[in-house]
Design a binder for this molecule. Structure first.
Ligand SMILES: Nc1ncnc2c1ncn2[C@@H]1O[C@H](COP(=O)(O)OP(=O)(O)O)[C@@H](O)[C@H]1O
Ligand SMILES: [Mg+2]
Length: 219
């Protein structure tokens, strides 16, 4: 469903600071996959995630999602595709601290047509990550692990085809990190495609497929 062919990302092309962060990367991610993208710091993991999801552009090769080539879409079409098909979980949670869990998880549905169902749909996502009892607490009252569960609920509330997570356990201790991986494992067992970028071997071990990046190349 996601296919990269000879994918090349060049930052600051044509300038003195030009840097090729991805070098002719070929890969395929199928529906239902549970993939760890591993590699050392600076290898190009986050870049790969941004480019595969259309957050950032690419300079060579192609990325195709369900047969649609990302490089051929304009900004509006590309962000529409992202909203419809992708959910994102980041290391620093990126939640609204003064909003409740429910309010945070409802945010991606702000433009949905069936307004009446929004709360119900958000509560369903919150339940799937195991924090129903915290729905009406503000995020600033939560632990790191609870915040990350909230961020995962927000990522999956719009029923994306694929969830991208960039170092989702990077700010967590090892016990909490294992608990968050259980959440991803459960979602994947329910059919959710999950792609996790991590430099942590313990996290990678729990994924079903590994793609290792070194110096901008798949090894
Ligand atoms: N906006 C940018 N401009 C220039 N170089 C960048 C930019 N973002 C990342 N890089 C460089 O690209 C390489 C890969 O970065 P990144 O994908 O963030 O690595 P990782 O996530 O594996 O740690 C690094 O050498 C980094 O310095
Ligand atoms: Mg990174």
């Amino acid at each position: 469903m996601i296919k990269a062919e000879k994918l090349t990302k060049i930052y600051n092309k044509g300038q003195k600071t030009e840097f090729t962060a991805l070098k002719e990367v070929d890969l395929e991610i199928n529906d239902g996959d549970f993939v760890a993208v591993t590699g050392t710091s600076g290898a190009g993991k986050s870049t790969l995630l941004y480019v595969l999801s259309g957050i950032d552009s690419y300079e060579g090769g192609s990325v195709t999602i369900d047969g649609v080539e990302l490089g051929k879409l304009n900004d509006v079409k590309s962000s529409k595709l992202r909203n419809e098909k992708m959910g994102f979980v980041m290391q620093d949670f990126a939640l609204m601290e003064d909003f409740t869990v429910l309010e945070n998880v409802m945010l991606p549905l702000k433009f949905a047509k069936k307004k009446a169902k929004i709360k119900e749909q958000a509560m369903e996502a919150i339940e799937r990550v195991g924090i129903s009892d915290l729905a009406n607490k503000t995020v600033n009252q939560l632990s790191g692990g609870q915040k990350q569960r909230c961020a995962i609920a927000r990522a999956l509330v719009a029923k994306p085809e694929v969830i991208f997570a960039d170092e989702p356990t990077g700010a967590l201790d090892s016990k909490t990190s294992a608990e968050i991986m259980e959440v991803f494992e459960k979602l994947n067992s329910e059919g959710q495609t999950v792609i996790i970028v991590t430099h942590d071997p313990e996290v990678a071990k729990r994924c079903r497929r590994h793609i290792e990046i070194s110096d901008g190349k798949v090894v």
